[in-house]
Write a protein that binds this ligand. Structure first.
Ligand SMILES: [Zn+2]
Length: 170
């Protein structure tokens, strides 16, 4: 019997398991997995077949994206919280990093998505602070700072985007 390659074996495994493979294919797979540990592991279900692996990658990518959304929101809340304090200048570091997270999540759409998020978060915290009677900045100042932070955010996005493109060309 002719030996089949691992790729052919991987292709045949689902057919064999579903019972729709030809007798010859089934024998070829059985012959192959006697001598091939990785295909045997795949056959016995220890390693998910290719389609499942792809699903796994999508799943991991979604989790990574969620992680970056959390980082982005944390950066925005933390940065905006500093606006009325003397640690305000840290935002010249925090906001570009927020921009990098934004690029990871939204790519170039982050150029308007992140400033929009900044503005929305600022408006919400303004309204909440007014209701609680602890607003220190005022709407005008908040809008102005949103603009200033957006510039830093855009710097971070452009840097992340350029690095991303530089690595993709290689
Ligand atoms: Zn193999």
């Amino acid at each position: 019997m002719n030996e089949i390659s691992c790729n052919v074996c991987m292709d045949l495994i689902p057919l064999v398991q579903d019972g729709i493979a030809s007798e010859d294919s089934r024998k070829a797979v059985e012959q192959h997995i006697k001598n091939c540990e990785s295909c045997a592991a795949c056959y016995s279900g220890i390693v998910p077949p290719v389609a499942d692996t792809e699903r796994l990658i999508v799943d991991v990518r979604r989790k990574v994206q969620f992680f970056f959304v959390m980082l982005l929101m944390f950066g925005i809340f933390f940065g905006l919280g500093l606006t009325a304090s003397s640690e305000l200048f840290y935002n010249s570091l925090i906001m570009p990093i927020v921009g990098v997270f934004g690029y990871v999540i939204f790519r170039w759409k982050s150029l308007y998505a992140v400033p929009l998020l900044l503005l929305i978060t600022n408006v919400i915290s303004f309204v909440l602070n007014v209701f609680r009677g602890i607003e220190e900045l005022g709407m005008y100042s908040r809008v102005m700072w949103t603009g200033v932070y957006s510039i830093f955010v855009v710097v971070g996005i452009v840097i992340a985007g350029l690095i991303h493109y530089a690595f993709r060309k290689e």
